[in-house]
Ligand binder design. Sequence first.
Ligand SMILES: [Zn+2]
Length: 292
Amino acid sequence: MADASSDPTQNDTDASQSYAGFDVYCHECGYNLRGIETTRCPECGKESPALQNADPRIPWIHRKSIGSVRAFLKTVLFATFSPRKLSEDVYLQIDFRDAQRFRWWTIGVAMFWVVTSTVLFFAAGPYDLYLGHIVNDLYQMVWPCVVANILILLYMILATGVPSLFFDYRDIPVNLRNNAIALSYYCIAPLTWWPLPVVVSILIFREAPIDIRNRWIAIPLTTIAVIAPATPAILWCFQIFRIARRVLRNQTGRKAWLMMGIPILWMLAGVLVLVLIPLAVFYTWVLIDVLS
Ligand SMILES: [Zn+2]
């Protein structure tokens, strides 16, 4: 790969950089700039970041030099706060295995939170939690919680793979398609800080009772408490849609299908993994118990 140059004096007559080895695309019009030896897109005339800097800006790809943990944290911030830059990187060369590895790291961190909250749930004692008798009954049984954790992991693996299905069209250039799928794994970064808005929501519900007299405080506060836990998923969808806007240019039907299809498939996967599988397991368990 050509060395990434950030020299600001570089202009479009500089023919020293050629990217003939792989496909990169114009961020304006999506034109394939493979082999172009200037920094301008010949189709629309715009200066192309793809031609000025051949390396994606995702910090994760530099983890060998800056360290995996640091690269991971920087990438989480990058994917959370720079959605435009992240989506522009779809026109550069995105390594699929790097993206997969980032996906596993993210799922690992998210699972760490899930397991931690399960352990806290057992450590805190059920009666302090004021959550009703069903939860208190659950507290008596360790196994349902272990099974639930495994199912949540399974669900996360399924859910993080869902967006990649919506870029798999044969008429999209294969590199662009692969880049979009790889980038969709970086979009799951908000999963790492999911506990944050959940804690905010719990604190609001516990500390600020909904029957506050002043409705101008109560209504926004309740709205924040209700919406907050969903913000990582909303952000995740938003990032995916930004990528889709670049990859599925002028294809309104496909973009609409992506917008509806991702939440629908998330829900279907949720019903399958978190409802149908536990029911099947429970039924088998009861059956074995009755027959033995
Ligand atoms: Zn162009």
